[in-house]
Design a protein. Sequence first.
Lengths: 439, 297
Amino acid sequence: MTAVTDRPRHALPAVRHSVRATTTPAKLRLLLIGLVSLCLIWGVVAAWVVSQRASGANDVASTSETLSLDGQQIYRALSDADATAASAFLSGGLEPINGPPRYQADIALAAAHLESATAAAGHSAAAADLARLSAGLPVYTGEIQTARADNRLGYPLGAAYLREASNLMRGTLLPAARNISAEANVRLAGASGRATGLPLPLVLLVAAAIVGFALYCAQRWLFRRTHRRLNTGLVVASVAGLVSLLWLGIALGVARADLLQARTHGSTPVAALAQADIAALRARADESLTLIDAQGDDSFQADFVTVQHRLGPGPGTLLTDAVMAARGSPAADLAGVAAATATTWYGVHRTVRSLDDNGKHNQAILLVTGPGPGHSGTLFTRLDGSLFRAIAADQTVFQRHATAGSNAFIGLEVGVIVLALIMAAGCARGLTTRLAEYR
Amino acid sequence: MLLVVAAMTAWVVPGSAAVTTRAYLFPPAVARSTPPCDRTHSSLRPAGPPRVTPGSFMAKIRAHHRLIAGVSEYTYPFGFFNPLDGRVEGFEIDIVHAIAKAIFGNPNKVEFKAISDAQRIPEVQSGAVDIVAHTMTILCDRLKSVDFSTVYFHAGAQVLVLKNSPVKSLADLRGKKVCATTLSDSLGYIKTAHAIPVPVTNFTDCLMLLQQDDVAAISTDDNILAGLQAQDPWTKIVGKVFSSEPYGLAISKMHPDFVRFVNAVLQQMRTDGQWAADYRRWVGTRVPAPPPAKYKA
C-alpha cells in the first residue's frame, strides 16, 4: 500500500506524455483547433440565447398581450351588450334613447376583436374558444332581435327570447371570452419568463467565462513559449469577445429591465383591473336581471352578492388587488375612483332591492335604468368607465416598455454571430502565424 | 285509453265555460294517483257580500297596505308583462284587481309577484303570497295542499302545432317531443300519449322551442294555446279538447275566511257583469255565461 503512495511524482507525467502532443508545433495545432471551436461554439450559444430572449420579448409585446386584451375587450363588449339589452327591455315602452346604438356598438366592437383575436391566436388553445364565440354570436344577436320584435308587439314572448339569449351569453359566450384571456395570460407569463428569466444569461456567463479563460491561458502560454508580448490575432479575438459580452450584457439588461417594468406597471395591473371590470359587468347584468326575472327565485340577487364579495373593495378582493397592482402606475388614481364608486353603487343596489321587495317595482326599475346622478346605472357607468380608462392607461405603459424591451435585441443576434466569427478568425490567424515560424 | 277519455270529455267545447253542471271524469294521469273527489264542489260558501271583518285575514292584508298575488308574467292574455307599458295585465290580473278593490277600495293596491307553474303551491303554503291567480286547475291532489276559490274559468287541453304540421291530435305525436311547463298537469297527458315531454319554465318558452323547431307541438289548456297562437299566427290549434281544467284561485288552507271573501267577490263579478266585461276585454267577444259558483255541501 505504502509503495503506491510513495511512487515518485514524475511517474504520472510520463503516462500523460504518451497521449499529449510532445512538440511545440503539435501543441500549437491542437490549440488552434481548440480555440477556433470554442469561439464558434460561443457564437452558437450566444445567438441561441439571444433568439430565445428576443422571441420571448416579441411574444410578450405582440401575440400574447394582443390576445389577452382582445379576450378582455370581447368580454367587456358582450357583457355590456347583454346588460344593455336587458335594461332596454326593463324600461318598458320606449327603449332608453341610447339603448340600441349602444348595443349595436358593443356587438360591432366584439366582432372586430373576435376577428383580430382569431388572427393572433393561430392554432393556440384559444382557437376552440374563438370558434365557439364566432358560432354563438350570430345566434345571440338573432335571439335579441326576435325579442325586440316581439316586445314591440306587446307580447310576453319577447321576454322568453331575451332570457334564452342571456342564458347563451352567460353560459357559453362569456366563459369562452374569459378563457381566451386566461389562455393568453398563461402564454404571456411563459413568454415573459423566457424573456426575463435568469437561467439563460447564466448559461451565457458560463460560456463567456470558459472562452475568456481559454483565450487568457493561450496567450500566457504563447508569451512564455515565444517571449513575444502580443499576438495580434489573439488580441483581436479577445477584443471581439469582450465587445460581444458587453453588447449582450447591456442589451439583455436593458430588455430585462424594460420587460419587468412592462410587467409591474403594465400587464399585471391591466390583468387585475380587467378581472375587476369583468366582475363589475357581471354584477351589473345581475342587477338588471333581478328585475326581469320571473322565476320568483333569487338566483340573480344571490349571484350579485357573490360577485360583490369577490369584487370588493376589501382585503383580498379584485378591486383592492387592482388598486395595489396599479400603485405607482398612471392608473392608480382611476383604480381608486373605481373602488370608491363600487361602494356607493352597492348602497344604491340595496335600495333597489328593498324597493323591489316591497312592491315598488317601477321605482326600482327607475333607479336601475334612470340617468340621474345617484342612480345605479350612472354609478355603474362611472365604475366601469374608471376601470376601462385605467386599463387603457396601463396598457400604454405596457406597450411602451414591451416595445423598448424587444427593440433592445435589434441586430444583436447577427452581431454576436459576426463577432464570434471574428474571434475564430483572429485565433486562427494568430496561431497559424506562430506555426509558420516552425516550418 | 286516451281516446276514450277524449271522447268522454269532448263535449267540453272550447270557450263553453258554462257547461259545468256535473262533476268531470278525471283524466287517467290524475285519476291514477288520487282518490275521486269533487273538484268543482270544493270551495267554501261566502257569508254574504265581501266584507273585511276585524281580525280576519283581509284585515291583516289591509294592515300590510297591499295584496300580494302570485301571477304569471308569460301567460298571454291571462297574466302577462306588457313590454309596451311595463305593467302586468290580463284576465286573471283584473280579477286580482277586483279583490284588491274589495279589500282596500283601491284596485291598484296589489303587488304582483311573478312565479312559475312549479312555484304556485309552495308560494301559497309558505305565505309568500296571499293568493295565486295563475291558470291553475283545481285538482284533487292540489286540494290536499291548498284551498281553491270557486271556478272562474273553464279550460280544456288541446294541441298547438305549426301551420304546416300534419299533426291532427295528441295521438299523432307518439314518440315526438311535446312541450309543457314543469309540474303542470299537461305534462301528464303528454306522457300518457307516449310523446316525449319537454318541460320548460313558462309557456312562452314552449312557443320559442316550437319556433326553433326543437319540439313538434305544445299541449296545454286551450285558452293558453290561443294566447300563444295570438303571438305567432304561423301556428294552429288542432284536435278536440281532451281534458277538463276548471281554474280556481289558490289560497292557503290557513285562511278559510279569505276563501269565502274571494268567493263573494267572484260572485259579485258574475252577477254585476264585470266577469263578462273582463272576458270580452281579454279572451274573446263571444262571451259565455260565467262558470256558476258551486260550494261544498
